[in-house]
Design a protein. Sequence first.
Length: 272
Amino acid sequence: MAFITTEPAFRFRQGTRPLLISMPHVGTHVPPALAARFTEEARHVPDTDWHLEQLYGFADELGASVLVATHSRYVIDLNRPPDGASLYPGQSVTGLCPVDTFDDTPLYAAGDVPGEAETAERREAIWQPYHRQLAAELERLRSVHGTIALWDAHSIRSVLPRFFEGKLPDLNLGTADGKSCDPVLAATLRGIATSAEGYTGVLNGRFKGGYITRQYGNPAGGVHAVQLEMTQSSYMQEALPFAYLPEVAAGVKPHVRRMLEAVLGFVEGRRG
């Protein structure tokens, strides 16, 4: 089946400081012809990283560039390798063009999952433009600032037996086991996460950073990449209607901002 979309692949705001915030899983758009193939559950796109633009509403004040996905991860997952290789071999994961939800239920009501040709069309229409913009902005920032940071912003339900046991820590920092970010910066961020009162934090636990963190993080080349996977219970309802809870979000927001300020302090301290 041919894949057609009328929506742009991303929204982008250019900032003034050496930080790009990427939000690859906040998109909710599913083209109508594709939505018609989905189950009723899938049409609610429950595995979205809901409301991150609102949670990171201070990004413009920090002078960060912001890149935001428009399409649902059910259309194509922007944080997966373009060849669909598993990020966590031996563990349960969803694919480049997912066929199931995080609860392991099917996305496609009639089982008409995308084949290679449809996957290639989605990759060309959405995945490639997002990554071209991401790479181009990193290159621009490098040319202006020298040393820069990429922050890949994510969130997930706090309890998901398919992927992990029990309740996930609230603030999950990933640096590809130390490959995508300077260890001094990583230690600073871990300290902020683990000392945040009322929250739990971990570095390179269950979530070590996906394709974006691993592909673009290059500390030796002046690009320090970090993924933050937050529990959605830290700021929103984890079930329909997936509402943003401002009074809950107000607790965690200062800690997230403090981490990003630490990132900026680190990379700006290395200019020249």
